[in-house]
Design a protein. Sequence first.
Length: 395
Amino acid sequence: MATIVHVDMDAFFCAVETLLHPEYKGCPLIVGGAKNTPRAVVSSCSYEARKYGVHAAMPLQQAIRLCPHGIFVPPNMSAYLEVSQQIHTVFRQIAPVVEPVSIDEAYLDMTGCEHFYPNLEALGADIKNRVYAAVQCRASVGMAPNKLLAKIASDLRKPDGLVIVRPQDIDTLLLPLPVRKIGGVGEKTATLLAQHSIHTIADLRQKSEQWLSELLGSWGHELYHLARGIDNRSVGDRGAAKSIGHEITFAQDLPFGEDLQNQLRALCHQVSLRLQADGRRTRTINLKVRYANFHTLTRQQTHSGGLLRAADIYQSATSLLNTLPKRRVRLLGVYLSDLTAFIQVGLFQDPRIAQVDDLIRHINSGHNQPRITTGADLATAQDIKKPSPKGKRLH
């Protein structure tokens, strides 16, 4: 039987902020933006803030009304990524197979490692203790025979929880839970099921596989098995991402000019770091611009040779931006698609350039942040001026 672990850091952004600012400890902390940021949303909030009804993805202004005395700070993604890298390093030291899910969570396949510990409780405690020793942030751990149950278990006793689901415990765990606890059941599916008086997993169990398939198509077939705690996905089988991207919504609309160009440069640098860590190149650069009137335009440029470096991505994105109407911008985004590990060297291209890029890709592959970069990319990063106070980045 498999032993699958889901590790989920507790209020991760807030935990890192508290490391940097110990005076925040025990306070209602909201990460998303300063109080004068009208369009921001809550990225993370401490458990003290959650007592007032604040939660992630809530508009920041609503959070201010609920918790006016809270501490409101903008996200510090570079700090979060640095701590995340340390956490994922610990995961790779512990488990033979690791599947990163996000900046602050991962699945670990510990099958076959159980005999190193007196029991599963000791295994889970060791994971939690080693993460805390590395970064001084608490994690909640769920352990079960598959990914579905491990994910549900890690959320049951937050913060700092450890829940182990054994085969005989599956029905006791699942049946009382709302259907939204099953991964993939979103608001639309939950609403549709509620129209048929299906609110809990116990209700879902009363429906046949054929009935669910007629209602939901192929998803109904999968849901039938998930409701019974059956999940045959392997750890590490998420597949390669089809695109890498990031976008910024500005607190105030930005005109075409230096501030907007700086934001574009910062975006290209960030997606380049992720591309290098991914270990592939991009053939297609996609630019997304939303104007003050909410009209949105997208443009793309394809490169037969493929790009890896921030400076090259920025040059392509700038050429796309220059083709657009020069009006005030509300949102700016850069996305990299058509990702590939293979590269065709141009007839007149110095093959040494491709060799250098291959070396960069190989060394940086699999790391949350690249270990090496080029002088051109470093210059691009250093050229990024201090962000305008008129714009805040939303993550």
